[in-house]
Design a protein around this ligand. Structure first.
Ligand SMILES: NC(=O)NCCC(=O)O
Ligand SMILES: [Zn+2]
Ligand SMILES: [Zn+2]
Length: 481
């Protein structure tokens, strides 16, 4: 089925042009002025709006079993909500329990994700270490399309990695040409502070940010970066929420290290005042890790995004409804950690990024789509509108407004951290794999239409990593005496 998007301005990360876009069989086949519609093609008049690559959210957790419950958003509802908000690809996380076979977990998640409406891929978490984990990482990379591994430096007693696991896994990832990613918080310190706060009688959600001060995140970011430096392995730090982790990334990048940073829409826009709200449910709905921070951190994160020290934006979409949050009613450490946002990321980023003059439309495309495609090695298939690319496209009306609300959103959660926010500049049409999945309020996603996206190893930045290793290879001294 062919589709012609006429009369728009195509915005890619590095060029903008007035052009039509012709799509056939799920791919972009032509981009240029005055394209002819083939017989039988559907024609969509973009009416001068922007035509941009569909968003890539590189950090979601659909139907994740976590902290004694299961995230309420499933792969179908979550990818549908994403499509309504202009996101056409998610990279979710396979999280094996400690001692669980990684391949077993991977196949379980693949089974759950079969209902996705748009394309998806997986990072796989390394939560323990053994020879079998080492072997499974090889199978995942060489046979199953995984090119990134996740390491939780927090969640002690559950999925936390110690330094020994980090060193083993980073070393193995480097051999395989995979990208190491970390959730950077010192889990030992968090556990210590949690016990202290509980002993002081602080049991409400306000205990959550107090048990996870920004220094805890900064320490872990620095440690992961230094381990990656010694092992000469590229590193991606997820959900940077604070000045300390941004500084760690900035220093490392300024010193030539290949470190990438992600920031969540929530961390750019929500501050820690939410935890002191009088309504327990309201405060608990913001319990996620790392927590929302004092306002000064938000402006620093925006600057980091503008300066290119942070390259990607994500949501960490991990939904828990009110009854689930109430599992921690007497103890904040038992409130399931996570918030939603997959439907809202692109909208709030445009409104607070482009409308405020922080980002150009091309920079918006870079931080919502192209950079993730490049870093996770699915570019130019994703993150670009050009012949040969997947036809994942949004038509974006910079004048159209939306008021964000739990009452009208499509996310399967009874709360929205952006509740009441009026955003200007939203997608009116979303095209995924060449099919219109959303148009002007009409949701047309199809359960199971999404495809698993294989991500090959050795992204191009690995060439530089390998060359640096050759140049700096250990050497022995040949002595004559
Ligand atoms: N972020 C969060 O609070 N929940 C999801 C798991 C994680 O990413 O740490
Ligand atoms: Zn995390
Ligand atoms: Zn996460």
């Amino acid at each position: 089925m062919a589709l012609l998007v006429k009369g728009g301005t195509v915005v890619n990360a590095d060029f903008t042009q007035r052009a039509d876009v012709l799509v056939a069989d799920g791919k972009v086949v032509a981009v240029g002025p005055d394209l002819e519609a083939p017989a039988g093609a559907e024609v969509i008049d973009a009416g001068g709006a922007y035509v941009m690559p569909g968003g890539i959210d590189p950090h979601t957790h659909m139907e994740l079993p976590f902290m004694g419950t299961v995230a309420s958003e499933d792969f179908y509802s979550g990818t549908t909500a994403g499509a309504v908000g202009g996101t056409t690809t998610i990279i979710d996380f396979v999280i094996p329990s400690p001692q669980q076979d990684l391949l077993d977990a991977y196949h379980t998640w693949r089974g759950w994700a079969g209902k996705a409406a748009t394309d998806y891929s997986f990072h796989v978490a390394v939560t323990w270490w053994s020879d079998s984990v080492r072997a499974a990482m090889g199978t995942l990379v060489n046979e199953l399309g995984v090119n990134s591994f996740k390491h939780f430096m927090a969640y002690k007693g559950a999925i936390m990695c110690d330094d020994e696991v980090l060193v083993n896994s980073f070393t193995r990832a480097r051999e395989l040409g995979a990208l190491c990613t970390v959730h950077a918080e010192n889990g030992e310190l968090v556990a210590h502070l949690q016990q202290q706060l509980l002993a002081m009688g602080i049991t409400g959600p306000e205990g959550h940010p107090q048990s996870r001060p920004s220094a805890v995140e900064g320490e872990a970011a620095d440690r992961a970066i230094r381990i990656a430096q010694v092992l000469n392995v590229p590193l991606y730090i997820v959900h940077n929420s604070c000045i300390e982790s941004l500084q760690a990334i900035t220093r490392a990048r300024n010193e030539g290290q290949r470190v990438f940073g992600e920031v969540l829409a929530g961390h750019l826009l929500v501050d820690d005042g939410v935890y002191r709200h009088n309504d327990w449910d309201y405060a608990a709905h913001h319990v996620m890790s790392p927590p929302f921070r004092p306002k000064a951190h938000q402006e620093a994160l925006w600057r980091g995004l503008q300066a290119g020290m942070l390259q990607t934006t994500a949501t960490d979409h991990c939904c828990f409804c009110t009854p689930q949050k109430r599992m921690g009613h007497n103890n904040f450490t038992q409130i399931p950690n996570g918030t939603g946002g997959v439907e809202d990321r692109m909208h709030v980023l445009w409104h607070h990024g482009v409308n405020s003059g922080r980002l150009t439309p091309s920079e918006f495309v870079a931080v919502t789509s192209t950079n993730a495609a490049r870093i996770f090695n699915i570019y130019p298939r994703k993150g670009l509108i050009a012949p040969g690319a997947d036809a994942d496209i949004v038509i974006w009306d910079p004048a159209r407004e939306r008021t964000i609300s739990k009452d009208s959103h499509h996310q399967k959660i009874d709360f929205n951290i952006f509740e009441g926010m009026v955003v200007k500049g939203i997608n009116t049409v979303t095209i995924a794999n060449g099919a219109v999945v959303y148009r002007d309020g009409d949701v047309r996603t199809v359960r199971g239409a999404g495809r698993y996206v294989d991500r090959p190893p050795f992204p191009s930045y690995y060439d530089a990593v390998k060359r640096a290793a050759e140049v700096n290879a250990p050497s022995a001294v040949t002595r004559t005496g």
